[in-house]
Design a protein around this ligand. Structure first.
Ligand SMILES: Cc1cc2nc3c(=O)[nH]c(=O)nc-3n(C[C@H](O)[C@H](O)[C@H](O)COP(=O)(O)O)c2cc1C
Length: 420
C-alpha cells in the first residue's frame, strides 16, 4: 500500500484524538485569477464551444451566509473548497486563437496566457508529441485550498476532485459530440515549472478533446509567473505527489461507449447537479440500480486505466436483496445500512441511502487510480440526477474498518451514497 494512503487513514480513534480546528482567517480563496493576460473572452451561453467549457467547472449556484458568500459549480468538491484549476491549449479551434488559456471560473471567462508558435505546444512534454488539433486540457490542483481544512488527507480529496473534473469534461464533451481521453503520461514536473507553479500547485492529469495531426511539437517557450498567494506548505502532500508521479505498467483504454441519455435533459442535469444533504430513507427501483451500474461500468478513455472495484451496500432497492455486493454478485446478505453509515464516519447519508458505494483499488499508480475513482463518482452523480435521485460523495470513512467489512486488502478510495 502506498505509504501516503496508509498514513492518512481515518479511524474511530484518530478522528477523536486529533480534533480538527480551522483557522478561519487563513481560509484560502477558491479562485485563481490572472491579472496579466493577452486577451480575455467572457463565455457566451449562445456559443456551443463556450458552453462546452462552462459545463466543465462553471458556477451554477451562489450561497449567501452572514459575512460570506460562496459559489457552487457544475463540479462537486470536498468541503466546497475547489482545489482544481483548468488550463487548456487550443489549436485550430474556431473562435480561439492558437494558445494556452486559463479558465477563470470566478469571471466565467477564458484568458489567453500564451500564443503558440507553429511548432510549439504542450505536447512536447507528452509521451506522444504529435500536435493535437482541438483542445488539450491540463488539470492542476492548488492543494492548500483543501489541506487548509483536511490537512494531510487533502491530497486524496484533490485527486478525487480532479477525477470529478474528468467526469464533467467527459459529460460536456459528449453533449458536443466529442470524446475526452484522459492522459496521465506526460512530464508533469516540467509543465509545473513552465506554468510557474513552484510547490503551490501541481498538474495531476490532462484530457484530449481533439485528434492528433502529422506534425510534432518541438518546443514550449513558456514561463508563467507564480501568482498563487503564499500559504503554509504541507510537506507530506508534496512528497506524496512526487513519490506517486512515476507510472508503471499503464493499460490503455481505447474503447469508447458514448452515453445514451437524452441530450437536452442531460444538459439540464449538468447544471442542476447538487450533493444531497439528507435522504428520506425511501426505496429506489431495481431498474434504477441496474441503469446506475451499467453507466458506471462503461469504459473510460485513458492512457493509464487502473482497475477500481465497485462494492455496494444495498439498503433499500425494491426486489434486490439487502447486503454487500461486488460487480453484480451478492457477497453477503443482510441489513448493513447502520454499518454503512457508521463506516462513513457515522454520517447518516451512508445509512439512509438506497445504496452506499465503496470504491477500492490495489493499483500501483495511485494518482491515476484515485482520479478514476473520482471520475466514476462523477458518473454516479450525473446518472442519479438524471434518474431523479440524490447523490453525495463521501470522502470521510474509517479506512481499515471499511476494508475489514469488505474483506479486502485493497485501498479504500471513495464512498458515495445514492437514494431519495
Ligand atoms: C471528494 C468529495 C468528498 C465529499 N465528502 C463529503 C462528505 O464526507 N460528507 C458530505 O456530506 N458531503 C461530502 N461531499 C459533498 C461536498 O460537500 C459538496 O460537493 C460541496 O459542498 C459542493 O456542493 P455541491 O456538490 O452541491 O455542488 C464530498 C464531495 C466530494 C467531491
Amino acid at each position: 500500500m502506498f505509504w501516503y494512503h496508509a498514513q492518512t487513514k481515518h479511524s474511530w480513534e484518530s478522528v477523536r484524538s486529533r480534533p480538527n480546528y480551522l483557522e478561519w482567517e487563513k481560509q484560502p480563496v477558491p479562485f485563481k485569477i490572472y491579472n496579466d493576460f493577452l486577451s480575455m473572452t467572457k463565455l457566451d451561453d449562445a456559443n456551443p464551444l463556450h458552453r462546452f467549457i462552462y459545463r466543465i467547472g462553471g458556477i451554477t449556484a451562489k450561497k449567501v451566509y452572514p459575512g460570506m458568500e460562496y459559489y457552487l459549480r457544475t463540479i462537486p468538491s470536498a468541503g466546497a473548497l475547489y482545489p482544481v484549476e483548468f488550463y487548456f491549449q487550443a489549436r485550430e479551434v474556431e473562435g480561439f486563437e492558437d494558445g494556452i488559456y486559463h479558465f477563470d471560473v470566478r469571471n466565467s471567462a477564458v484568458k489567453l496566457l500564451h500564443r503558440l508558435g507553429v511548432e510549439e505546444g504542450v505536447e512536447v512534454y507528452f509521451e506522444d508529441t504529435r500536435q493535437i488539433r482541438g483542445f488539450l486540457f491540463l488539470l492542476s490542483t492548488v492543494c492548500y485550498r483543501s489541506s487548509w481544512k483536511y490537512k494531510k488527507r487533502a491530497f486524496r480529496y484533490c485527486l478525487l476532485d480532479c477525477g470529478h473534473a474528468h467526469g464533467t469534461l467527459e459529460a460536456s464533451a459528449w453533449l458536443n459530440d466529442y470524446a475526452a481521453t484522459i492522459r496521465y503520461r506526460f512530464d508533469k514536473e516540467a509543465l509545473n515549472e513552465a506554468f510557474g507553479f513552484g510547490e503551490r500547485e501541481f498538474f495531476l492529469s490532462a484530457a484530449v478533446v481533439g485528434a492528433p495531426t502529422q506534425t510534432r511539437s518541438s518546443y514550449l517557450d513558456l514561463k508563467l509567473p507564480d501568482i498563487n498567494p503564499p500559504y503554509e506548505r504541507e510537506p507530506v502532500i508534496e512528497k506524496a505527489y512526487h513519490d506517486s508521479l512515476q507510472l508503471q505498467g499503464c493499460r490503455v483504454q481505447n474503447r469508447y461507449e458514448p452515453f445514451t441519455f437524452d441530450k437536452a435533459r442531460f444538459e439540464e442535469v449538468i447544471y442542476q447537479r447538487r450533493s444531497i444533504r439528507e435522504f428520506h430513507g425511501e426505496t429506489i427501483s431495481a431498474s434504477m440500480l441496474k441503469a446506475i451500474l451499467e453507466h458506471l461500468r462503461r469504459p473510460i478513455l485513458s492512457d493509464c486505466d487502473e482497475k477500481v472495484s465497485i462494492y455496494y451496500v444495498v439498503n433499500r432497492v425494491e426486489g434486490v436483496k439487502q447486503g454487500l455486493w461486488l460487480e453484480g454478485k451478492l457477497l453477503r446478505e443482510g441489513d448493513f445500512s447502520q454499518k454503512a453509515g457508521y463506516l462513513c464516519l457515522e454520517q447518516r447519508l451512508g445509512s439512509e441511502s438506497a445504496v452506499t458505494f465503496f470504491l477500492t483499488t490495489d493499483s500501483a499508480n495511485y494518482q491515476a487510480a484515485y482520479q478514476k475513482a473520482g471520475h466514476i463518482g462523477h458518473r454516479l452523480y450525473l446518472v442519479s440526477e438524471y434518474l431523479g435521485l440524490g447523490c453525495s460523495g463521501i470522502g470521510a470513512y474509517y479506512d481499515d474498518e471499511t476494508a475489514a467489512f469488505l474483506q479486502t486488502d485493497e485501498m479504500i478510495l471513495y464512498a458515495l451514497a445514492v437514494g431519495r
